[in-house]
Design a protein around this ligand. Structure first.
Ligand SMILES: [Zn+2]
Ligand SMILES: [Zn+2]
Length: 308
């Protein structure tokens, strides 16, 4: 069954022309292609991906007003956004839909179950385009694949975005976003390892979660369950076991502000023998503003998104 309003199948749309020679994917000075954590943590999640033909948001877990402000810091108006890709229906990922749905030219992408659930909970006048998980489709100069994740939502997904070709490289650069998963299932590596930039959840430190006084036991058990959130140990274990020479950068996101902090992850990373060429970045759920702070000789940095 389809979401009841304004829904078309993603595979049916948007043949576009690709632009070559855009500069290095990681040369942010050129700003032809960029990926930014606008905010990530338990209170909200929102990412901005810009290419020559596309300005998209992945999740809108803050209010529409906050997202407008965050975009302004990046020199963008909300009217510059072409589409919003939703991972799942939890509030920290779709809170802004209510305020942003009236934007006439913005397309909301989700799979059918997620779109239906959000329709039922919020409103039915959302401009959805529904996709099928594991089926690649195009949007402007992007190729997009959504894949299933184990989490307590109706049909949660991660995304791989294949970016416009640049610098005459033989293949398109790719970025993979994986958040909100209780464990790394068999098959996840096929999406995560074939990309240049991996964005992955490192939600909690197991000890801090155990000691946490704010959360009742049933909530802690939900977080630790197979359909909860990925711990630091699980995230690093996954990266270590599935290390890919293609990776150039790994960004840790969705940190719990009570049961995690970037320092813990930085210290854990030092115990691994990752090559110096691999850059790490940690989205700080408590930091305010969007500054980047270099913090380690292993070209590690902390992004400082606005968390509320
Ligand atoms: Zn969730
Ligand atoms: Zn979440």
């Amino acid at each position: 069954m389809r979401p009841s309003l304004n829904c078309t199948l993603a595979g049916a749309i948007i043949p576009q022309i690709y632009i070559a020679d855009l500069g290095d994917f990681f040369s942010f000075g050129v700003m032809a292609i960029s990926f930014e954590v606008l905010g990530s943590g338990s209170k909200g999640n929102c990412y901005l991906l810009r290419t020559p033909e596309s300005n998209i948001l992945i999740d809108v877990g803050f209010s529409g007003r906050t997202i407008v402000l965050l975009l302004e810091r990046h020199g963008l108006s909300i009217d510059d956004i072409h589409a919003i890709f939703i991972t799942h229906e939890h509030n920290d990922h779709c809170n802004g839909i209510r305020g942003l749905r009236k934007l006439k030219d913005v397309i909301f992408f989700a799979n059918e179950k997620t779109a239906e659930t959000i329709n039922a909970r919020m409103c039915k006048d959302i401009n959805w385009v529904a996709f099928e998980n594991e089926r690649t489709f195009r949007f402007r100069d992007l190729e997009v694949t959504a894949f299933s994740l184990p989490h307590d939502a109706v049909d949660p997904v991660g995304y791989v975005f294949s970016l416009p070709n640049c610098c005459g490289t033989p293949s398109r650069r790719k970025i993979c976003i994986i958040t909100d998963l209780g464990y790394a299932p068999h098959g996840l590596a096929q999406y995560a390892s074939g990309v240049d930039w991996l964005v992955i959840e490192a939600n909690h430190d197991l000890r801090l979660l155990e000691l946490d006084l704010k959360r009742p036991v049933y909530i802690k058990n939900r977080i630790r369950s197979k359909y909860g959130h990925l711990s630091n140990d699980a995230a690093l274990s996954f990266i270590s076991k599935n290390y890919s020479t293609r990776w150039k950068k790994i960004t840790f996101v969705h940190l719990s502000s009570d049961c995690n902090n970037p320092e813990i992850i930085r210290n854990m990373l030092r115990k691994y023998n990752f090559p110096k060429s691999l850059e790490f970045e940690i989205a700080d759920p408590l930091a305010n503003g969007c500054n980047r702070e270099a913090c380690d000789q292993n070209s590690m940095s902390i992004t400082a998104p606005t968390g509320a």
